[in-house]
Design a protein around this ligand. Structure first.
Ligand SMILES: Cc1cc2nc3c(=O)[nH]c(=O)nc-3n(C[C@H](O)[C@H](O)[C@H](O)COP(=O)(O)O)c2cc1C
Length: 407
C-alpha cells in the first residue's frame, strides 16, 4: 500500500471532511484562487495540456470538453457532477465525497470559472443518503466561507436506475423527466441541461483538478501512461485477499492490482478471470494480466477501464453462471427506450439462462455473438452497446466452460 500514489485521495484520513477549515489548512481552495487569476482560455489550455481524461468511463479529454462549452454562445451554462455511481462493485466516488467533499466542490468551481457557469448540480445516487448529507453540509460551509463566490451548487438525488449514470439520461432525470438517454448529437457541452451548454464530469475527474491547477499540467502529464496520465482509483471485489481500494498511477498492470495491491487469490486457489470496469466490462484471462490499466492499453485487449471496478474470479467459480447473472442485471436495467437494447438484453438473458440450466445448444453461442455485434452498433446508449461484453468475452476465453454446460 506504500506504493500507492494518492493525488485524488491525498486528504483521505487526514482531515475532518465536515470541517472546511481542515481542507483549507491542507492548501484547499488555493488552486481555485490560482485558476481565477488566469484567463478562462489559459485555464482550459492548461487542463487540456495535462491530458486529464474523464474518469467516469468514456475517457474523453476533460479540457477539450470544456472548450466546447466555453465556446458555446449562451448566457446560461451549467456544470454537472456525475455522482450516480450505479456500477456494481464501484465505490470510488463515494470515498471521495465522504472523505474530501471540498475537493469535489473546488474542482467543480474551477470548471465553472473556465466555462462561465454560475450554477452546478451534483447528481448523487439515492442509495448514498449519508453522502448527500455530507455534500449539503460541505456546500453550506463553502457558501458561508464565500469560497465559491457566485457559483451555486445543488445536490439532486437519483432513484436507483443504472441508466441514469449515462450523462443524457442523468440530465433528463435532473429536469424531472424519465431517466432515458437522448439521441446524440447534440452533445451536452453544446446543448445539455434545459438545452444549455453543460459540462458533465465524473466525481474523480473533478477531484483531480485542484492538484492539476496547483502543480501544473506538465507535472500531471508526467505521471503514469502519457496517453492517460495521472492516477486511477480502483475498487477490488471478488476472490482477492484485500477487497479494498487503491489509487495507483495508470502504468500499473492488472497483475499488480490483483497480486501486489490485492494480495492475490485467497486459500491458495488459482486465478481464473478478472472483470475490469464494472458489469459491462470484459472478462480478462491470465495471459492478458500484464496490460497496464490505462484507457487505451485496455482497449487494445478488447477491454474497458470503465469505472475502475476490479472483480476477480478464482478457478472454482462457474463463469457461465457469473455471465448469466450479469445478463439478468442488464435485462433489468435496460430503460426500454430503444428496441435493440430492450429486446437484446432480454434475449441474451434468456439464452444465457437456458445454457446455464443445461438446456443450451452450441448454435446458441453463435447467436449470442451475432446479437452482441448488432447491439454494440445499434443501441442508443452505452448501456446496450456494452451489455453483451461479459457474455461475448467469456465465450471467447472460456469456451470449455460453455461446452461443459451445453454438451
Ligand atoms: C449506462 C451508463 C452508466 C454510466 N454511469 C456512470 C456513472 O455512474 N458515473 C459516471 O461518472 N459516468 C457514468 N457513465 C458515463 C457518462 O455517460 C459520462 O461519460 C461521464 O459522466 C462523463 O464524465 P467524465 O468525462 O468525467 O468521465 C455511464 C455511462 C453509461 C452508458
Amino acid at each position: 500500500m506504500a506504493e500507492e500514489m494518492r493525488i485524488v485521495l491525498r486528504n483521505y484520513g487526514k482531515i475532518d471532511p465536515l470541517k472546511i477549515e481542515d481542507y483549507i489548512a491542507q492548501g484547499g481552495y488555493k488552486a481555485l484562487e490560482k485558476a481565477r487569476s488566469m484567463s478562462q482560455s489559459d485555464l482550459i489550455a492548461e487542463v487540456k495540456k495535462s491530458n486529464l481524461r474523464g474518469r467516469g468511463g468514456a475517457g474523453f479529454n476533460c479540457g477539450q470538453k470544456w472548450s466546447f462549452a466555453y465556446g458555446a454562445e449562451s448566457d446560461i451554462k451549467y456544470v454537472v457532477c456525475n455522482a450516480d455511481e450505479g456500477e456494481p462493485g464501484t465505490y470510488k466516488d463515494r470515498l471521495i465525497m465522504e472523505n474530501d467533499p471540498q475537493a469535489l466542490l473546488e474542482g467543480m468551481a474551477i470548471c465553472a470559472y473556465a466555462i462561465g457557469a454560475k450554477q452546478g448540480y451534483i447528481y448523487c445516487r439515492g442509495e448514498y443518503p449519508q453522502v448527500i448529507k455530507i455534500l449539503n453540509q460541505a456546500i453550506e460551509q463553502a457558501v458561508t466561507k464565500g469560497v465559491l463566490a457566485d457559483f451555486a451548487i445543488e445536490v439532486r438525488s437519483g432513484a436507483g436506475a443504472y441508466v441514469c449514470g449515462e450523462e443524457t439520461a442523468l440530465i433528463e432525470s435532473i429536469e424531472g423527466s424519465r431517466g432515458e438517454p437522448r439521441f446524440k448529437p447534440p452533445y451536452p457541452p453544446s446543448q445539455g441541461l434545459w438545452g444549455k451548454p453543460t459540462i458533465v464530469n465524473n466525481v474523480e475527474t473533478f477531484a483531480n483538478l485542484p492538484a492539476i491547477v496547483e502543480n501544473g499540467a506538465d507535472w500531471y502529464a508526467s505521471i503514469g501512461v502519457p496517453s492517460y496520465p495521472g492516477t486511477k482509483i480502483f475498487t477490488l471485489t471478488g476472490d482477492v485477499n484485500n477487497c479494498t481500494f487503491f489509487e495507483v498511477p495508470t502504468n500499473t498492470t492488472i497483475r499488480e492490482l490483483i497480486y501486489k495491491f490485492g494480495g492475490g487469490i485467497p486459500a491458495g486457489k488459482k486465478f481464473k478471470a478478472v472483470q475490469i470496469g464494472g458489469t459491462s466490462g470484459a472478462f480478462i484471462p491470465e495471459s492478458q494480466l500484464d496490460t497496464p490499466v490505462a484507457f487505451d492499453n485496455m482497449s487494445t485487449i478488447g477491454a474497458t477501464l470503465g469505472s475502475g471496478a476490479v472483480f476477480v474470479v478464482d478457478e472454482t467459480r462457474d463463469i457461465v453462471d457469473v455471465a448469466a447473472r450479469i445478463a439478468g442485471f442488464f435485462e433489468h436495467e435496460s430503460c426500454g427506450k430503444c428496441a435493440p437494447c430492450r429486446e437484446g438484453t432480454a434475449r441474451i438473458a434468456e439464452i444465457m439462462e437456458n445454457i446455464n440450466d443445461g438446456f443450451g445448444e452450441m448454435s446458441d453461442l453463435a447467436l449470442l455473438k451475432k446479437l452482441g455485434r448488432v447491439m454494440s452498433v445499434s443501441c442508443l446508449c452505452g448501456l446496450g452497446q456494452a451489455a453483451p461484453a461479459p457474455v461475448i468475452t467469456t465465450i471467447e476465453h472460456f469456451m470449455a466452460d460453455y461446452q461443459a454446460k451445453i454438451l
